[in-house]
Design a protein around this ligand. Structure first.
Ligand SMILES: [Zn+2]
Length: 151
């Protein structure tokens, strides 16, 4: 699953970034904060974007994207409508870990990793979550197989 889509910062800023209601913002902030707390180190900045605000072309590009980075910015963008983030909103659980590895994958790109290396880092962190029993072994190994099938 390609999660990175490199576009100009101006395009993202102009089309996607949009405030949402205060109550919803709290929920998103809480879910993202839980995921970030699981990471070996914190991202410099995470920004939520709204896929539905994009042009049809942009929406199509972001259809299956949950996170991405852009050139020249040390920012991890998370798509607000992304399935993992939406599931993490429901409360603490395995989706926090899944969201964490998505963020970790994008952080790897910010540090210069190509897609293959970013996937490897994502998989290594997921393995740590399994070993730490943050997710069940069954669930952990199933998701690890999904991650590995991307190669
Ligand atoms: Zn990637």
């Amino acid at each position: 699953m390609a999660r990175v889509w490199r576009v100009s910062c101006a395009l993202i800023a102009a089309v996607l970034i949009n405030p949402w209601t205060a109550a919803a913002a709290d929920d998103y902030d809480t879910a993202v904060a839980r995921a970030i707390s699981l990471l070996p180190h914190r991202p410099e900045k995470v920004v939520l974007v709204v896929r539905a605000n994009g042009t049809p072309l942009l929406r199509e590009h972001l259809k299956r994207t949950e996170g991405f980075v852009t050139r020249g910015e040390r920012v991890v963008y998370l798509v607000k409508e992304g399935e993992t983030l939406q599931r993490a909103l429901k409360g603490p659980g395995p989706f926090d870990c899944m969201l964490a590895v998505i963020i970790w994958h994008e952080m790897a790109h910010l540090d210069g990793a190509d897609e293959r290396e970013a996937m490897r880092k994502e998989e290594r962190l997921w393995q740590q979550f399994v070993l730490q029993h943050r997710v069940s072994v069954d669930q952990g190994l199933r998701y690890l197989a999904v991650l590995r099938n991307r190669h």
